[in-house]
Design a protein around this ligand. Structure first.
Ligand SMILES: [Zn+2]
Length: 475
């Protein structure tokens, strides 16, 4: 069997075939037929394999139901616009007017929602609350309030601070952002962004932003449009995050500290440390309120005291458990990878619908916590002065018995659908003098095969985006 597989693997490389001793035509044909029949194998022309859909992809596709555009009447006084843009915007109706919570990103999308809200009530907007400073919640403000200076625009002190400073690594952050969100992917590859639709409006994105005119430190209670509203600082996805609690309506707005997905404790586009412990504690605090209606920053709202409580509880437990397991593993002297390997969600959490890793990922969160507390050195002296990548690659090739042998191992990994190992072997080969084009084509196929298994939208988008970049590099 192994022999057969090796022969199949050889079909990747016609040059290798020529350079090796004769392989009989019949065997080659058999190999090609088997190759085509083989499931999940990246093929030489690098097109994405059209196999039976992986269950994770089905789940990720089903998540798109969370972003179908709809104005949801949550209760008599609260309406939530879902799916008009990447995030949610809400309206709370009071005796003297309305309060808007979050303002979407694209002014064009915000104008549509503002019109929908006006169709429900023509009461004037008295206040607008930003749950945090991310552009997808702040870009469409003027659609709701025009430039009326009377309207209170409320946020936490330190609002947008973490976004203000221009990063010296802006160019690469931009590129990684494009990959994470799959912004340049062809339509056929787009499913969604985990907590937002795959494509979001671009009509005057961010152009309606207006800065807050009222900020607070820890918490504040205000009467806005005749409604008693409490705002509480709640560090989590950002350091300027707050939650909104309306006791008379038993309604809580979480900002981006909660949505229907395992939380994005670390963003692979590259982000500053998100305070994981505070994030868990913020959710824990929310779970102490008698919430009947929960409005997340993304994905559809939830109704029902028990359901809301259970969701908040398991979210907080999951976050704090990942945090604590990471800390404990670190204190045992585990290296970064050992720490990642050791941290798991409990069985009672792993199948919860609101903890599926559509957007965030447990191992990525663990890495982020680890690096936050100790920096790059993982504690193993082997890693104090490692070999250069090219040295390591050269020696791996030697260990395999030469570059051809290493390539055979790569082909075998492909055959076994051992995609991650395949990627690692491909990366070694790409640092040797071996046929770059041939290996790159296989890497492209591997990235696409991995993409076809991901429940996590950022991972899927990143694999695919990178595969197209590699494809371009071969042209
Ligand atoms: Zn958001």
């Amino acid at each position: 069997m192994n022999k057969l597989k090796n022969r199949i693997a050889v079909t990747y490389s016609f040059k290798t075939i020529r350079n090796h001793v004769i392989i009989k035509g019949a065997l080659l044909i058999l190999g090609i037929i088997l190759m085509q029949a083989c499931h999940n194998s990246p093929n030489q022309n690098t097109s994405q394999v059209q196999d039976q859909e992986h269950p994770n992809i089905t789940k990720l596709k089903n998540q798109s139901a969370e972003f179908i555009p709809e104005i949801i009447k949550l209760n008599d006084k609260v309406y939530v616009a879902v799916g008009y843009d990447g995030s949610n915007a809400s309206m709370v109706i009071g005796d003297q007017g309305v309060v808007i919570i979050d303002a979407l990103r694209a002014l064009g999308a915000a104008e549509k929602v503002a019109q929908e809200f006006r169709n429900i009530t023509d009461k004037p907007v008295k206040a607008l609350i930003y749950t945090h400073g991310h552009l997808d919640h702040t870009g469409g403000t003027s659609a709701f309030i025009g430039h009326n200076k009377e309207v209170k625009i409320i946020a936490r002190a330190g609002f947008k601070d973490e976004l203000q400073e221009r990063s010296p690594v802006e160019p690469i952050l931009k590129q990684r952002n494009i990959r994470q969100f799959g912004r340049d992917l062809p339509a056929k590859d787009i499913i969604n962004r985990g907590v937002a639709a795959g494509i979001t409006p671009t009509d005057r994105a961010g152009k309606g932003y207006i800065a807050p005119n009222l900020t607070f430190q820890d918490s504040i209670t205000l009467k806005l449009a005749g409604v008693d509203i409490q705002l509480h600082a709640a560090d989590g996805e950002t350091n300027d995050e707050l939650f909104v609690w309306i006791p008379d309506l038993n309604t809580l707005f979480t900002g981006d500290n909660y949505y229907k997905s395992f939380p994005n404790l670390y963003a692979i586009r590259g982000s500053q440390y998100r305070d994981v412990k505070s994030w868990g504690e913020s959710i824990q605090k929310m779970s102490t309120y008698p919430v009947e209606y929960l409005v997340p920053g993304h994905t559809r709202p939830i109704s029902g005291k028990v359901l809301v409580h259970d969701n908040l509880k398991n979210y907080a437990t999951a976050i704090l458990s990942v945090y604590q397991q990471t800390i404990d593993a670190m204190n045992k002297g585990y290296t970064l990878q050992q720490t990642v390997d050791s941290v798991k969600l409990a069985d009672s959490l792993i199948n919860q619908p609101n903890l599926q890793e559509f957007y965030g990922s447990v191992p990525w969160g663990v890495r982020s916590i680890f690096l936050h507390y100790v920096g790059w050195f993982d504690g193993n002296p082997t890693n104090l002065n490692p070999l250069s990548s090219s040295q390591e690659a050269k020696r791996m090739a030697e260990l395999a018995g030469g570059e051809d042998k290493l390539f055979q191992q790569l082909s075998a990994a492909v055959q076994k659908s051992d995609y991650q190992w395949g990627l690692e072997l491909a990366d070694y080969l790409l640092q040797t003098d071996y046929d770059r084009v041939k290996v790159t084509k296989i890497k492209i196929g591997l990235l696409r095969s991995l993409a076809a298994q991901q429940i996590n939208a950022p991972a899927r988008n990143y694999y695919l985006s990178y595969s197209y970049e590699l494809e371009k590099s071969l042209m």
